[in-house]
Design a protein around this ligand. Structure first.
Ligand SMILES: [Zn+2]
Length: 302
């Protein structure tokens, strides 16, 4: 039995040996292409991570970081600002100033006016707004050769009362509420607003100012100096006032730039578009029309 097994073992071993040689030689030929790339792998592996490592930190974070800050200055939690020690506070038909409010330091800005006595109220603004106005007017001249004029800036509560009451007495409630602010509800009482014009408009306040080179330049550049066009076209229902391309309001460059970019009005920015209906504005005077002060004005026009 032992011999028989040995006989069987020997040919099996010979077969296995020959097969092993075949396999071994096959393994050699197959391993050759492997060794070639594996020999070139080290250089690849040292090359690849290096560029990706340098590219990623320099390219990716830098550009994404720059656009974000320009979009972000959305001063986020917006609370209606009625603090008159700031320049961004809201005055409109629904948010009014007290009767005794007079802005501090009212002074005449170093700009042109179409009248000679520049010591009167309507030539005055707060120092900050007035300085910004001078920069705006100077830039209009230096950059575009345009000459702007200040027409009407600060207006006291009492003066606004007279204007409003006069309009009521002569033109009726609907017209008055469309064009004129009630006392305490005019931006002119802030000392931060001014009506402006130019010679070709006869220094008047008409919507045609918007189509003059001066009006176009102001609409495009006022924000650079901290001013907004307070009563834009097609925003009448939001502001509660007709389009007034001549009325600019100082709010500082940050907010002015934001409102210019977004196209928002100050009312929308604070989330308080006018809630007064057209019917209300056409029928309701903002002052007591039975009061003696109103009646005395009304009598002058009868
Ligand atoms: Zn105005």
């Amino acid at each position: 039995m032992k011999k028989y097994i040995r006989l069987l073992v020997i040919p099996a071993a010979l077969w296995a040996l020959s097969m092993g040689l075949v396999l071994f030689s096959g393994g050699c030929t197959q391993s050759t292409p492997d060794t070639e790339p594996s020999g070139s792998l080290p250089p690849e592996s040292t090359v690849t991570p290096a560029p990706t490592a340098t590219r990623e930190p320099t390219v990716t974070p830098a550009p994404t970081a720059t656009p974000e800050p320009t979009e972000v200055p959305t001063p986020t939690p917006i609370v209606i600002n009625t603090d008159t020690s700031t320049v961004t506070y809201l005055v409109n038909r629904e948010f009014s100033l007290p009767e005794d409010f007079v802005p501090e330091g009212l002074t005449t800005p170093d700009v042109l006016f179409p009248f000679s006595d520049t010591t009167i109220d309507k030539a005055k603004m707060t120092p900050e707004a007035g300085a910004a106005l001078a920069l705006l007017f100077n830039a209009a001249y230096d950059e575009a050769g345009l000459t702007l004029y200040g027409v009407s800036a600060y207006r006291s509560y009492a003066r606004q009362y007279t204007i409003y009451a006069t309009n009521l007495a002569t033109r009726g409630i609907a017209h008055t509420n469309r064009y004129s602010a009630a006392p305490g509800r005019s931006e002119h009482q802030t000392g931060l607003a001014i009506d402006i014009s130019c010679a070709s408009e006869g220094y008047g306040l008409e919507t045609t100012f918007a189509d003059t080179p001066e009006g176009i330049w102001v609409a495009e550049n006022a924000h650079r100096f901290g001013f907004i066009l307070r009563y834009p076209k097609d925003k009448e229902a939001i502001t509660g006032y007709n389009y007034e391309p001549w009325h600019i309001r100082y709010v500082g460059t940050e907010l002015a730039g934001y409102l210019y970019e977004t196209g928002l009005t100050l009312d929308e920015y604070y989330g308080v578009p006018s809630t007064l209906s057209a019917e209300y504005l056409e029928t309701t005077p903002f002052i007591d029309t039975t009061a003696e002060s109103y009646l005395s004005i009304e009598r002058q026009y009868k």
